[in-house]
Write a protein that binds this ligand. Sequence first.
Ligand code: LHQ
Length: 255
Amino acid sequence: MEPVLYEKTGSIATITLNRPERLNALDRQVLAGLSRHLQDVASSGARVLVIRGSGRAFSAGQDLQEAGSGELDYEEHLQAYNRVFEQIRGLEIPVIAAVNGVAAGAGMSLALAADYRLLAESAVMITAFARIGLAPDTGMTYTLPRLVGWGKAYELLTLSPNLSAAEALELGLANKVVLDGEFESAVTEMAAAYASGPTLVYGLVKRALDYSANHSATEVLAFEASIQKLAGSSNDHREGLAAFAEKRPPRFGGN
Ligand code: LHQ
């Protein structure tokens, strides 16, 4: 069984972590597959990527059997995780984490690396690292405080509570929570909404938010002006103006 699946339907790409019997725990093979498929996505012409898990989990994080085998040099192993984080953050198209069940440790880190998190009502988020005597990794100390604030990030990384989907939503870790029975259709609907949007602009939004995370207001203003120049000469902007004038919904081509 392939540990990571890749599928492209129209302009929607989907990567599925596929070790359901291990709650989609991440090992070297999974990380290599994930990285390869993220590479495929970048050149596929897809306009949105969905990352999800098979079975009842999103991902339980690092495979603890592999971690316990004594074969891993953690610093070296983290390069594989870091590459995946950088690949997700480097994609210009929206990345939706479709969190169908538990997301723990580096599994939660992957969900936080995505641009939009859609959770099933029964999903659970657990930072998990400190529970097994580990420090956070895979970008969680970058994403988590930016999503929930410094103090809450400290609390979640030290006490490692099981966060329900409702709690995740309240904290800003989830963008949307839907009933378990409506999860599949909600994922498809959200992916389709992004895939028919002004994809070029979505890429610029991602760059601008990344940029604003560590630049001054003056620098951010200049960056905004530079990307607006790009957006302003896009087909989608022309289409947006035409649709407004003609009082009809826009048909964005993503360019
Ligand atoms: C698993 C796992 C798993 C293997 C469930 N591995 N089998 C770390 C080290 C090195 C460098 C890089 O970075 C990292 C980062 C990290 O990700 S550290 C955090 C690692 N993850 C965890 O500590 C979470 C461990 N799992 C759990 O605490 C529970 O399984 C959760 C809360 C996720 C789910 O609990 P349950 O719903 O009660 O399921 P379960 O525990 O019964 O798990 C089902 C099966 O999946 C079970 O196998 P079995 O043969 O007994 O049916 C588990 O052993 C297996 N499994 N997580 N990470």
